[in-house]
Design a protein around this ligand. Structure first.
Ligand code: HPA
Length: 246
């Protein structure tokens, strides 16, 4: 049976507890090893795959994740649709802690990451990236959210920063001026690589904290981040199950 959906889990999401009959598959890729095994199981009637982006023990910081290997492994497994869970900070008013959002734009501030599969000789491959997330798949995510009663903000611009440190107030102020609503460290190059592979890819951003200098942001602590991710993720199992059905 085909894999209906793959989920890439971010900070605070290391398993899909609702997956049944799970088999761990280890992939080797021309780009090296992925972050861990692909856990493929059943969610209702559908086959769903799960990959922990940072590794199952969160050993890999954002700039050390092998994004190319992860996406290549998903492709090898026959995956066509990817829901990327990304833990983020909120910059603008609608994106406070514990909000789930399905952004429709991004700005890439990362540097020095392996950001293309097109390393070979010959003509460069320039994929269209005007709409960085799959429009059709985003609509499916939003429809699944509606059916399951999970509140997901439609749209927003994700700014991908290098990390692993958090941003300065001035950096976030600049990102706000640039039009960013959300800030995270893992959105790129993942989305661009997914596009190069022709995958349907959408991001479900989990807002863990107010970004530096926004809202009532104090010092951002890991405890706060994990607490808010857990609270915001309560509806995820139903949403993912509904998405896998559709
Ligand atoms: N900035 C960048 N990445 C993040 C943040 C943040 O404030 N919160 C969670 N991931």
């Amino acid at each position: 049976m085909d894999i209906a959906l793959a989920v890439i889990g971010g900070t605070g999401v290391y398993r899909l507890a609702a997956l049944e009959d799970v088999e761990a598959r280890h992939f080797d890729t021309p780009y090296g090893a992925p972050s861990g095994p692909l856990r493929i199981g059943r969610l209702g009637e559908a086959r769903v795959a799960f990959l922990a982006r940072h590794g199952e023990g969160h050993a890999l910081p954002p700039h050390r994740v092998n994004y190319r290997a992860n996406l290549h492994a998903l492709r090898q497994a026959g995956v066509r649709r990817v829901l990327a869970l990304n833990t983020v900070g909120g910059i603008t008013e609608r994106f406070g802690p514990r909000v789930l959002a399905c952004p429709d734009q991004l700005i890439d501030y990362t540097w020095g990451r392996e950001s293309t599969f097109w390393d070979g000789e010959g003509e460069a491959l320039h994929v269209d990236f005007g709409h960085p997330y799959s429009t059709m798949f985003r609509h499916k995510v939003l429809a699944a959210a509606k059916v399951t009663g999970v509140r997901v903000v439609d749209g927003g611009c994700y700014g991908a920063t290098q990390g692993p440190r958090l941003e300065t107030n001035a950096e976030i102020a600049r990102m706000r001026r640039d039009g960013c609503d959300l800030v995270g460290m893992t959105g790129m190059p993942e989305a661009g690589l997914a596009r190069e592979l022709g995958l349907e890819y959408a991001c479900l951003a989990i807002v863990a904290n107010w970004a530096a200098g926004c809202g009532d942001a104090q010092e951002i602590t890991l405890a706060e981040v994990l607490d808010n991710v857990a609270a915001a993720s309560a509806g995820l199992p139903e949403l993912v199950a509904e998405l896998a059905r559709g």
